[in-house]
Design a protein around this ligand. Structure first.
Ligand code: NAI
Ligand code: MG
Length: 499
């Protein structure tokens, strides 16, 4: 790859098919969260840089330079992106690992999943994703049908926890719908977005169809401009609920479509008859995968009181064998948190939990020693957590598990629903009646039964309540980037009303 990871490299913005500096000429640095060492210097985009990218994207949209390309060819171009990602998997894995602090195997998962999104949505370009419907049963002299059209310019604002995967999760359906895209990555993970732009450059997508503008805080000048600019039709955002709420508000004056995938505090219920080994395994993955920086993390464990002690004993035993370490070390299972800010935030929640009276039964500390230069916090478990504690209400986004014990299924369901969020939930049981009640009564956009975190490009994903609006993945994702046009067409001569 042209840009091997190097502290001295300067990276530009990708606008209208060209690499450009920010108009201010300024740059910002990003560090590797496992070592604190710089990984590159990035163009510091501001409002006027966003304006240039939006203008390029809008021009491509108006010229229909992308969405008028025949479906078969657009499909091939999108599959080309998937192929490009797989061809560059080693370099991309290194980059994802370095900028996001992911153990190599999981960084590779980010790349493979991103490629699969482009494969999946490339298929929809030729079928259900873009097909309207014919409408029968009108008057016999009328023919009615619907067309799905690209909404226009899509502003895509991504977080840092799955930098390449989430960029692809949004860009692939946007492009499949025929939109042009301005991608604004999180300031912590700008490099994967820049590498993704290289695929579009290499594959000679029409200029302006895919743009990347990097920025850094406070706030996000480019993200804010994507929300306020009248020529952006859709904003698709993943991140915190607070910022999502500000995004929605900023999009209101220009009446944009918004798709928001926000926070979660997802309950996993382990019932008295559950396969305990399976339920421990899934919960360990659910809360410690990606160091807990996962919107769908199983951060609230609700255990039936009959099995709670046996379950926790095994949980702690397996947790004690997890390997926290540098992402580049073979065998590392848990890497650092994304930044010093995030580490401080997680540690402050651990303090809050202790003050609220929850029982810290495992971990709870920064991991120092030879990991001191990075932002490592080890697996942490709080028992006897009540729903009136902040520990049970706020999205912590770290390796912090809360445990509650319940006596009846009614109680478990009430407690599962005692949150403003509704992203995911799950149950471990062999009893179909229990499954049925969870499926019907727990308010969440995703329910896992005897499983956790399994998802595919085919499975729609999104939240109830403060977890957001809209759905990603599946054909549903394309609707976020489409307008619907209804055509009602007269057939035969018109019988005059005013002869
Ligand atoms: P954030 O939600 O503020 O940032 C996400 C993205 O939004 C970034 O690209 C950021 O630059 C952009 N952004 C920030 N302010 C904006 C604005 N006013 N208008 C438009 N875009 C804006 O998240 P942050 O600050 O990185 O992390 C804070 C907390 O958010 C985390 O501790 C975690 O709890 C939560 N979070 C949740 C995620 C999820 O998937 N549920 C993902 C990332 C963060
Ligand atoms: Mg923020």
């Amino acid at each position: 790859m042209t840009s091997m990871l190097s502290a001295v490299n300067d990276y530009k913005l990708f606008i209208g098919g060209e690499w450009q500096d920010a108009s201010s000429g300024e740059r910002f640095e990003r560090e590797n969260p496992a070592t604190g060492e710089p990984i590159g210097r990035f163009a510091r985009g501001e409002e006027d840089d966003a304006d240039r990218a939006i203008a390029a994207a809008h021009a491509a949209y108006l010229a229909r330079s992308w969405w008028d390309i025949p479906g078969a060819q657009r499909q091939q171009m999108m599959r080309g992106v998937a192929d490009w990602l797989r061809e560059h998997i080693d370099d991309l894995t290194t980059i994802v690992s370095a900028e996001a602090g992911k153990p190599l195997a999981w960084a590779q998962f980010d790349v493979l999943f991103a490629a699969d999104y482009f494969d999946y949505f490339s298929g929809l370009v030729r079928d259900v994703g873009v097909a309207g419907r014919t409408i029968p049963s009108l008057r016999p002299d009328l023919f009615a049908y619907t067309l799905k059209e690209p909404a226009g310019v899509a502003g895509i604002i991504t977080p840092w926890n799955f930098p390449l995967l989430i960029a692809a999760q949004k860009a692939a359906p946007a492009l499949a719908a025929g939109c042009s895209v301005v991608l604004k990555p999180a300031p912590q993970t700008p490099l994967t977005a820049i590498e993704l732009a290289r695929a579009f450059e290499k594959l000679e997508f029409p200029p302006g169809v895919f743009n990347v503008v990097t920025d850094t805080g406070p706030g996000s000048p480019v993200g804010a401009r994507l929300c306020s600019h009248p020529n952006v039709a859709v904003v698709s955002f993943t991140g915190s609920t607070g910022t999502g709420s500000r995004v929605m508000e900023a999009c209101a004056p220009t009446m944009k479509k918004v798709a928001l995938e926000l926070g979660g505090k997802s309950p996993m219920i382990v019932h008295s008859d559950a396969d305990l080994e399976a339920a421990v395994d899934a919960a360990i993955f659910g809360i410690f995968f990606n160091t807990g920086q996962v919107c769908n993390a199983s951060s609230r464990l609700l255990l039936h009181e009959d099995i709670a002690d046996a379950y926790l004993e095994r949980f702690v035993e397996v947790t004690s064998r997890l390997r926290v370490g540098r992402p580049t070390d073979a065998g590392t299972q848990i890497g650092p948190l994304i930044s010093r800010d995030q580490m401080d935030r997680v540690l402050s929640y651990i303090e809050i939990g202790k003050q609220e009276g929850a029982d810290l039964i495992y971990g709870g500390e920064r991991v120092a020693g030879d990991l001191e230069s990075g932002y490592f916090v080890g697996p942490t478990i709080f028992d006897n957590v009540r729903e009136d504690m902040r520990l049970a209400q706020d999205e912590i986004f770290g390796p912090v598990l809360t445990v509650g014990r319940y006596a009846t299924l009614d109680e478990a369901i009430t407690r599962a629903n005692a949150t403003v969020f509704g992203l995911a939930a799950g149950v471990f049981t062999r009893d179909l009646e229990v499954v049925d009640r969870i499926n019907r009564e727990v308010r969440a956009g995703m329910i896992w039964v005897n499983e956790w975190l399994a998802m595919f490009p085919e499975t729609p994903h999104g939240g109830y309540g403060m977890s957001g609006v809209g759905r990603e993945m599946g054909p549903e994702a394309m609707q976020e980037f489409q307008e619907n046009k209804t055509v009602i067409q007269k057939t035969g001569p018109r019988e005059l009303m005013f002869p």
